[in-house]
Design a protein around this ligand. Sequence first.
Ligand code: M6R
Length: 616
Amino acid sequence: MCGIVGAVAQRDVVPILLEGLKRLEYRGYDSAGVAVLGGAADGGARSTLCRLRSTGRVAELEKLSRAEALAGRIGIAHTRWATHGVPSEKNAHPHVSGGVSVVHNGIIENHDELRARLRAKGYQFASDTDTEVIAHLIHSNLHSGTSLFDAVRASTAQLVGAYAIAVVSDGEPSRFVAARHGAPLLLGLGEGENFAASDASALVQVTSRMIYLEDGDCAEVALGSVRIIDAKGAAVERPVHASQLSAAAVELGPYRHYMEKEIHEQPMAVANTLEMVSGAQSVSAQLFGAEAERILGEVDSVLILACGTSYHAGMVARYWIEGVAGIPCNVEIASEYRYRASVPNPKALVVTVSQSGETADTLAALQHAKQLGQRYSLCICNVPESALLRASELRFLTRAGPEIGVASTKAFTTQLAVLVLLTMTLAKVRGRLSREREGELLLSLRHLPTALQNVLHIEPQVKMWAEKFAQHQHALFLGRGIHYPIAMEGALKLKEISYIHAEAYAAGELKHGPLALVDKHMPVVAIAPKDALFEKLKSNLQEVRARGGELHVFADQDTRMTGGDGIQVIRMPDHAGLLSPILHTIPLQLLAYHAALDRGNDVDKPRNLAKSVTVE
Ligand code: M6R
């Protein structure tokens, strides 16, 4: 989704801004732009506002700025993912009003009303965006004697909706202003130079010292200082964090795509996430925070809120939590829950699951739950200091490392690993986990990285299947029980990057409708672990075969299933019992990846999608 970078320095900031935008490319965007106070290659010492924008990749913008010899010592830059107005140069940020220039992430809900007021004052609009309203509003509040900082504060007070903004003005060439409400924004502290960005990865090349702005904060960023005023107008000091993010962690290395890298990083990502229990004989509630022992003892049920792949992790967890810990567990799509008249249970543990920790719907769902009086919250998330983590009482940071590919892979398997720990802890607190069972499960978790590595070895076989899938327009994914959400995740992966229409069904549901779709042109993927439902699943597969459907079965080694007429089988190396859904995810990720490659798609940046969905 949209990305922001801002910089003020005693050197040319254009390379810093462009490098920052490149590091934000993974979030998904359709156009990019930069504005500096400077101009031509004079070292940027002048204070003329110069703006360049282009559709397409940041590389285009870079070419343009080289051709124009753009340089400046203060500037802002943006990658845009269209919401209001089509992707085009005129809609790309920064937007300007006189000498004021603004970049914005989020959505301004009262933009129509503000636009009408500004038009009445004589402002003319050059774009279809909600952001241009902010530029004119700040300009209209910039009376003589008013600082940019005060004009921004007066303007943000009139905005309804979500925003993270960075603003420069030619009237104040040595400082820029950054403000946020409902969309992430952080400051980066350098030596005699300072920065702002929507994501720490944009600044990894210039600093590791970060300040995460809180909702309602407005910051003035100058060469040697930053000043922050909070939502109530009080001057505040926010803590400085040392970011652990290294430049190497966000580089491709020997891989062709981030998705390929991230699929292959899963053994290590899971091992890192489980490090705290790697030598332990037992699980402890402390894993989830200092108050976890008390809270997990008080809760009587679990409500999981999430979107997309993270929602699928929640669906898997429901089988674990109800089956092992024996307490009721509901899982809801965050965007549905936040607008549904639900019956709150103040004793439920509200668990949000999110890779980014910034997904607008999940964040709003958590806020909604709190407003309903649900006071116990736990967040499982991959991004330190993200909004969701900060808004939650209990937290578990997955240690998957930065996930850049839009298709979520290692975030999912690490979320599942943590959800197993949560299940064990809930069961233990309730006296439903014997020492023996606890030991067995910890042993399986310790073996999990090796088991994942073994599954990766089946990649050549999956690649051969993918070649055939790439030629189809549709596919069905079937699973039963705890592997039904894994089938859903497989279908989501395939459609999001290969653009093949894919649906997942609980295999027992086939005969209630979708069987009508099955013929020899419909490839059907089945997830067939050796569990209690295996024989039932085999009957469902017969129903498919009887209609000519081509079956592609991922079966556990001990099922002894073999291929035959219209049935192809890939045997999974390990049988993992309770952890089986984690292993069965891998071949589905590989299938989607290779099918997308065969179709010539941009695997890491699929069309229309963004990595962090920070708007509703
Ligand atoms: O950052 P989150 O986990 O909250 O993101 C939720 C979804 O947007 C995300 O999982 C999405 O479905 C992925 N692109 C799927 O691969």
